[in-house]
Design a protein around this ligand. Structure first.
Ligand code: SF4
Ligand code: SF4
Length: 99
């Protein structure tokens, strides 16, 4: 289990498109600080049980510790389904005192 970090958040964080994500897990495997994980979604509403057992939904990648993310973008590069894009979280340092 990864402990939350108190350091400065990265300049960009991964945004995961759950419609494109297949739950293959490649992004989880390349994430060095282990802040991505596969989460099992609940089954679609109204989904009947199969032979008395609960039916689970599909797996999807999830960023569970944004503070621990380094913003390295390896997950976005590795995703074979183009399901991750990096979203800027703050103005780049070299632009802060431009005014
Ligand atoms: S690599 Fe892409 S498709 Fe695979 S689990 Fe990660 S986000 Fe989903
Ligand atoms: S940007 Fe890097 S540290 Fe952040 S979730 Fe992706 S692989 Fe992990």
């Amino acid at each position: 289990m990864t402990m939350p970090s108190s350091r400065t958040p990265p300049k960009a964080l991964p945004a995961i498109d759950t419609d494109r994500c297949t739950g293959c897990g490649w992004c989880v495997g390349v994430c060095a600080p282990h802040v991505l994980s596969l989460q099992v979604l609940p089954p679609p509403s109204g989904q009947p049980q199969q032979q008395g057992r609960a039916v689970w939904g599909p797996k999807r990648s999830q960023l569970h510790d944004a503070n621990g993310c380094t913003g390295c973008a390896l997950c976005a590069v590795r995703c074979p389904f183009d399901a991750i894009r990096m979203v800027r979280t703050r103005v780049a340092d070299d632009m802060v005192d431009a005014g």
